[in-house]
Design a protein around this ligand. Structure first.
Ligand SMILES: [Ca+2]
Ligand SMILES: [Ca+2]
Length: 340
């Protein structure tokens, strides 16, 4: 009797457990939502001219909606006061760029079109209609507001205008420098890459690409493009979603940040592992032999790790294992600068 009751209870429990929804941790991870629109515009101001030289006082027409320009007048005049042929139109908008990058404009028109950004011609059509022609031009746009002007003319017959753009920064993935002493910015995703600059602490840059195992990120630093180690970057968004621009893999040998100032020296009291960040989970870069002397740059925020250089290796060693050079009973001072 007791056994039957126990069996019934067990089956009941089993059914209950099976009916429970799958917990969040067991579900497939959801793909992060990526920002694909990094450029927005104001509505377009429309000015129409009764000539193709853009002379005289323009007639203001209804503004065109924000975003891509897509207008088709057929064989009609754009306004009652403008002739059906031999007229010009000028459209002006403020373009807001969220992430700096190369922006490629594409223009199609019957009959002609010219696109300016901040007063510079980006692309211009032939001075007459070529069916199917697409005119492209690329301009580097920094973060902020830019002025876009599009001039269009109709010589005869039908008229249309289409202007679109795309940025090579579309993923919305960004990287913020975590190394307080700056981060080496290189021309290749490797320690062997030439250093082209040092990225300052706390600054956020768009990620345009990555290497094979995402140990290096290709960044745009206000127009200068290069590679930085992701070991010292806080990534916002899914870095695996950005294009692989270099198939190499960094493996565990992530580089150290640019060395700062040597503030003191220390002596290893054991054979001490050097890691690429201040935690036991971080990749091993090398080993300081027992009694070897190292240069010290600073310590981790929790004061548990010391930022050292031994030979050519720069990384993090457990602080209690690196002591005063002259007296191994004396720990390194608690007042070392915090370098990560
Ligand atoms: Ca016409
Ligand atoms: Ca035409």
């Amino acid at each position: 009797m007791f056994q039957r009751k126990a069996l019934t209870l067990f089956i009941l429990l089993l059914v209950l457990v099976m009916a429970l929804p799958v917990s969040a941790s067991e579900r497939q991870p959801q793909q992060p939502t990526l920002a694909t629109t990094t450029i927005t515009t104001s509505p377009w101001t429309a000015e129409y001219f009764d000539n193709r030289d853009f002379t005289g006082t323009p007639e203001y027409g209804a503004s065109a909606p924000a975003g891509f320009l897509n207008l088709d007048w057929g064989a009609n005049a754009p306004l009652p006061s403008i002739p059906v042929d031999d007229w010009g139109a000028r459209f002006t908008a403020a373009m807001n760029v969220q992430y700096a990058g190369n922006v490629t404009f594409e223009a199609r028109a019957d009959d002609t079109v010219t696109v300016w950004v901040d007063g510079q011609v980006v692309t211009a059509s032939a001075p007459f209609f070529i069916p199917g022609a697409v005119y492209r031009g690329t301009v580097y746009l920094g973060v902020g507001t830019h002025t876009v002007v599009v001039q269009h003319t109709d010589i005869t017959d039908k008229a249309y205008l289409n202007v679109t753009w795309s940025s090579d920064v579309v993923s919305g993935v960004t990287a913020t420098v975590q190394s307080t002493i700056g981060l080496n910015f290189r021309d290749a995703p490797s320690l062997n890459g030439n250093r082209i600059g040092i990225l300052p602490y706390g600054v956020t840059y768009p990620v345009l690409g990555r290497n094979g195992d995402a140990t290096w990120a290709y960044l745009d630093a206000n127009g200068l493009r290069g590679w930085a180690s992701t070991a010292y970057l806080a990534i916002s968004g899914n870095i695996l979603a950005v294009p692989v621009l270099d198939a190499s893999t960094g493996g565990s040998s992530a580089p150290a940040p640019a060395p700062g100032t040597v503030v003191t020296q220390g002596r290893a009291i054991y054979n001490v592992i050097v890691r690429n960040c201040p935690a036991t989970s971080c990749a091993r870069l090398g080993l300081i032999p027992w009694q070897a002397i190292v240069d010290v740059y600073g310590q981790s925020t929790d004061h548990q790790w010391v930022h050292v250089k031994y030979g050519t290796v720069v990384g993090w060693a457990y602080k209690d294992f690196v002591r005063n050079v002259g007296d191994f009973n004396v720990p390194l001072p608690d007042t070392l600068p915090v370098t990560q």
